[in-house]
Design a protein around this ligand. Sequence first.
Ligand code: PGA
Length: 250
Amino acid sequence: MSRRIPLVAGNWKMHMTSHEAREFASEFCSLLVQGDAPAAEIAVCPPFTALETVAQGFATSPVWIAAQDVHEQASGAHTGEISAAMIAAAGAEGAIIGHSERREAGETDARVAAKVQRALGSGLRAILCVGESLKQREAGETESWLATQVRVALADVTADQAEGLSIAYEPIWAIGTGKTATPEIAQEACAHVRSIAGEFVDANAVRVLYGGSVKPENAAELLAQPDIDGALVGGASLDPVSLMAIARAA
Ligand code: PGA
């Protein structure tokens, strides 16, 4: 049996000013002390401008903070970008890398791999996102596509670094669409992602999350699957009550 602790991470995307983020943190902290402590680890991924506020808001709680991206270089002339050191100095412990919304904006597998290296090499945790489009799924290309994304991203990850790694399987057709993958589809893809990751890291130790229209109503069924170790939650993570309900379902 594995000892993987589930992770529920809320990806706020381009939502929440620092003021709104502070209110979220305080509401979520009061929910945390009501009822049983969730068995899942919880992470919140605010926009860069709210990282520090959210890190302060959660300072005395077990919730950890991740950025939504990180630049692959340590520093330099990269206008508009944020480095791993800046993220850590803001009080965050990790970063989402390779979200499909960034890949759609031109991020390549090679860049994703460099970002994974930068994050893990800087002591940040990485939540690496992979996932296929509807067209790829219908063409029967899901497995080979996911295998390539995972292989390129993990090519240089060492066993030591792997401790900080989670992989989120997020089918693009299920993100923000309300169309959740069935538990069977999600399980099958997550098991595949785990087995490919096992070419590089300990397959039994790496956390594989599902993401795509996860809500309090479908979380328990998805998270009950043997290869689904948590969820990356977009829309439903903007409401403290639903994020808590998903965390308690894990
Ligand atoms: P969603 O987003 O839960 O709103 O579908 C998930 C994600 O993009 O990480």
